[in-house]
Design a protein around this ligand. Structure first.
Ligand code: GDP
Ligand code: IMO
Ligand code: MG
Length: 423
């Protein structure tokens, strides 16, 4: 069977966690392929809200196997907290959660380096989640990293010491005020590593190959969003991994010709957390309404998310780069009550009208060109079937489908599993 992909098409937080949870009933395996605890994936059902950072969002289903792929970076300390949070739900974790030996470890000093790097940038900071993501991927590509599989070797603590010592020298080099007690951080780290070692480590590319060969269905779960991709995002205000479809091939060892459906998720409007350009950002009452009704606060850092109208230029770009075959529109309920909705369909770029995402979308170069559509008043949160959707919402969706040339298959009308409408 082909591997289906599920990806965020904007700047993250589109609602990936919710949809993976909803779709897991159709899959045998859910596999995360990149990112790490910078992600915060929220799931809601039975009146309980769960936030997962590293553990795939299929973990609450009784039969699905969840894999943390080689492209993911794991902080054992955060991972242990996630596991601790699951204890009360009586999940049989051992057979259900498998970790790639090739996944890299986030060390305490990676987190400190992230903080030092951001502090040294001052106003130009990325707005990182400070989880050590950038420094860990830098050590991966620099061929210095420590991987999960190393924990099975006798000499891993020597490797650790060598790398942590080097990091401490680098922190000094930054010449910024980062206070820390490494001994204390290491007590937690080594304790958490022992917990991690209780899980099953696998050669995940082989596992996934065999699973495919035996007809198992697999959904690859992305983290972040396409506009945060290290190559195709709004560089340098991006994360340090490939969040786009190609990242699933390298992050799981799945060949491109084994990819099936590419499910692209977007919010009915746009949000962004952290620094970086955002052409359709709103600073008025409309933006505040989206933030309030949509409860737009980061699931990992609690930071307020910036809000704005839907940007079809950026969305089209993400659809192209990923080869999206089906769209899922989230948070339609948040737009109820707006008289008029705006959708950005082109950019004014250095005096010209353009319809593609240019190299630089900083404010001084780009301003959005909007098309206005009629809003709807109806509260959507109690709806369960496509034929109950208000006409103006159907028109909004049709307008997007015509522009993006991909069908919208799911409309989400609330955070709960059940608030999901299939088209
Ligand atoms: P992810 O990182 O893509 O998994 O998304 P997050 O969990 O960071 O952010 C999405 C937020 O929106 C979470 O708080 C979800 O519970 C919530 N959410 C998801 N879908 C909907 C929806 O259709 N309507 C509303 N109102 N909230 C939603
Ligand atoms: P999920 O999977 C939204 C943003 C950060 C920052 C930039 C770099 O929940 O959608 P990093 O910590 O990776 O060095 O931060 O990327 N960012 C996210 N924004 N959702 C996420 O994940 C994000 N992960 C990172 O805010 O701007
Ligand atoms: Mg999130």
């Amino acid at each position: 069977m082909a591997v289906d992909l599920l990806l965020g098409l904007q700047w993250g937080d589109e609602g990936k966690g919710k949809i993976v949870d909803v779709l897991t009933k159709n899959y045998d395996i859910i596999a995360r392929f990149q990112g790490g605890p910078n992600a915060g994936h929220t799931l809601e059902f039975d009146g309980i809200k769960h936030v997962l950072h590293t553990i795939p969002s299929g973990i609450f289903h009784p039969n699905a196997v969840n894999i943390v792929g080689n492209g993911v970076v794991i902080d054992p300390v955060i991972f242990k907290k996630e596991l601790d949070n699951l204890v009360k739900f009586d999940i049989d974790i051992l057979p259900k959660l498998l970790i790639s030996r090739k996944a890299h470890l986030i060390l305490p000093t990676h987190r400190l380096l992230d903080a030092a790097s951001e502090a040294s940038k001052g106003k130009a900071k990325i707005g990182s989640t400070l989880k050590g993501i950038g420094p860990t991927y830098m050590d991966k590509t620099g061929r210095n990293g420590i991987r999960v599989g190393d924990l099975e070797m006798d000499d891993w603590k020597e490797k650790y010491r060598h790398l942590a010592d080097k990091h401490e020298a680098m922190i000094k080099f930054y010449d910024v005020d980062v206070q820390y007690d490494l001994n204390e951080l290491e007590v937690d780290f080594f304790k958490a590593v022992e917990e991690l070692k209780k899980l099953t480590f696998i050669d995940s590319e082989e596992y996934i190959y065999q699973a495919q060969a035996s007809g198992k269905t697999i959904l690859a779960e992305g983290a972040q969003g396409s506009l945060l991709d290290i190559d195709f995002g709004t560089y340098p205000f991006v994360t340090s991994s490939n969040t786009t479809a190609a990242g699933a091939c390298t992050g799981l060892g799945v060949a491109p010709n084994r990819i099936g459906e590419v499910l692209g998720i977007f919010k009915a409007y746009t949000t962004r957390v952290g620094s970086g350009p955002f052409p359709t950002e709103l600073f008025d009452e409309d933006g505040k309404t989206m933030a309030r009704v949509g409860n737009e606060f980061g699931a990992t850092t609690g930071r307020a998310r910036r809000c704005g109208w839907l940007d079809l230029v950026a969305l089209k770009y993400a659809v192209q780069v990923n080869g999206v075959t089906q769209l899922m529109m989230m948070k339609a309920d948040v737009l109820s009550g707006f008289k008029t909705l705006k959708v950005c369909t082109a950019y004014n770029y250095k005096g010209k009208t353009i319809h593609h995402l240019p190299y630089n979308i900083e404010e001084q170069n780009v301003s959005p060109v909007y098309t206005e559509l009629k809003g709807w008043d109806k509260d959507l949160t109690g709806l369960s079937a496509a034929d109950e959707l208000p006409e103006a919402l159907n028109d909004y969706i049709t307008f997007l489908e015509e522009n993006l040339e991909v069908p919208v298959k799911i409309v989400s009308v609330g955070p709960d599993r059940t608030q999901t409408i299939y088209r």
